[in-house]
Design a protein around this ligand. Structure first.
Ligand code: RIB
Length: 346
């Protein structure tokens, strides 16, 4: 038995899988490869009988049209790259879930990339997405200075990060969130209100939380206190820093730049015997379904995750379908709301 015969035997026995090609479909349906391509792309007049034969062959062979080949013929691959820094963080997990759901409804499939705060990994994923000819990219990664975003040559929209001068950014009203948190702490009786989180000024929307904090602190005639905490640090390292802050007993109110950090503050306060909210009032930021379901005790600033996802997908679809259409604006800001709970109630 020749080499080809052995291969065919292995394939027949299911011992070896060869991806069915368009020509295999044509042979099985008894039509030309051109006819199969026209049926797949619904191009030109085709009898129903021919269409039925081709679709039957596609089903029997489990043929999947090669999206890369489609893109080489100027057609869309219907693939979208989605890059985020973490999927263990409930905020990103819930946002990615909403994005994927909306992309699927718009007939796109998602290639999910975890940039894991690793610039080289993010560059690697960008190259892979370009090579696979995705139709567009949604990126909420946290790495800064990825120059590749300037010349990806694909429609891109960003969440919460300034990736390049011509990439639209969707974010929540971080400024209002920061000032609202201070106002709520003040109205609950706090007067020594600290900001706990990253404060690197990198012209990213989330930096506006600190700006909003400072503006309201000034408006209320209070002193500004920023306790630096690197968002990317591990929970244990964050706890060491939070413990140092709480042990001073100087803070009676804390604005945290995300809910997971706020939960660490509540845990640390309990370990130190600090009564929340009597001695210490805490407000988080994100307000995910996870937090509202499993930690209802936490007061927080709620980001509108479903609306963020809908706007990201809508903007990207527009950039894909109307590449020459100039977007009305590059910064899209969605309103936040305050969720009051036991970490603040008095
Ligand atoms: O919790 C994750 C945080 O990183 C969110 O606040 C989101 O806005 C992103 O910046």
């Amino acid at each position: 038995m020749g080499h080809g015969g052995i291969l065919n035997q292995l394939i027949k026995e299911g011992a070896m899988y060869m991806r069915p090609k368009l020509t295999d479909v044509a042979q099985r349906a008894g039509v030309s490869a051109t006819t199969v391509s026209r049926v797949i792309n619904n191009y030109g007049y085709l009898s129903q009988a021919t269409k039925d034969k081709v679709f039957a062959a596609i089903k029997e062979l489990n043929y999947q049209p090669n999206s890369l080949a489609r893109s080489l013929h100027g057609k869309k691959t219907q693939l979208i790259g989605v890059i985020f820094p973490s999927l263990s963080n409930p905020f990103f997990a819930e946002l990615v879930e909403q994005i994927e759901k909306r992309l699927f409804q718009a007939d796109y499939k998602t290639i999910l990339c975890n940039s894991a705060d690793d610039p080289e990994k993010e560059r690697n994923y960008l190259r892979m997405l370009m090579a696979n000819q995705v139709d567009g990219i949604i990126s909420g990664a946290h790495n800064l200075g990825i120059a590749e975003y300037d010349n990806v040559g694909l429609p891109i929209v960003s969440f919460d990060r300034k990736l390049s001068n011509n990439i639209p950014i969707v974010s929540s009203d971080n400024y209002h969130g920061g000032s609202l948190a201070v106002k709520e702490l003040y109205q609950a009786g706090a007067r020594h209100i600290y900001f706990l989180g990253s404060f690197h000024e990198a012209a990213n929307p989330t930096d506006n939380r600190l700006l909003g904090y400072r503006a309201m602190i000034d408006q209320l005639g209070l002193s500004s206190h920023v306790h630096a905490l690197n968002f990317k640090e591990s929970p244990n390292l964050k706890l060491v820093s939070i413990q140092k802050l709480l042990q001073t007993k100087l803070a009676d109110g804390i604005v945290c730049t995300d809910d997971l950090t706020a939960l660490l503050v509540l845990r640390c306060a309990k370990e130190l015997g600090l009564k929340v909210p009597e001695q210490l009032k805490v407000i988080g930021f994100d307000g995910t379904d996870f937090i509202q379901s499993y930690h209802p005790e936490l007061s927080t600033i709620v980001q509108p995750i479903p609306d963020i996802a809908a706007l990201l997908v809508d903007l990207l679809s527009k950039r894909i379908d109307q590449p020459d259409q100039k977007l009305e604006q590059l910064q899209y800001i969605l309103p936040v709301k305050f969720l009051r709970s036991n970490s603040l109630l008095f």
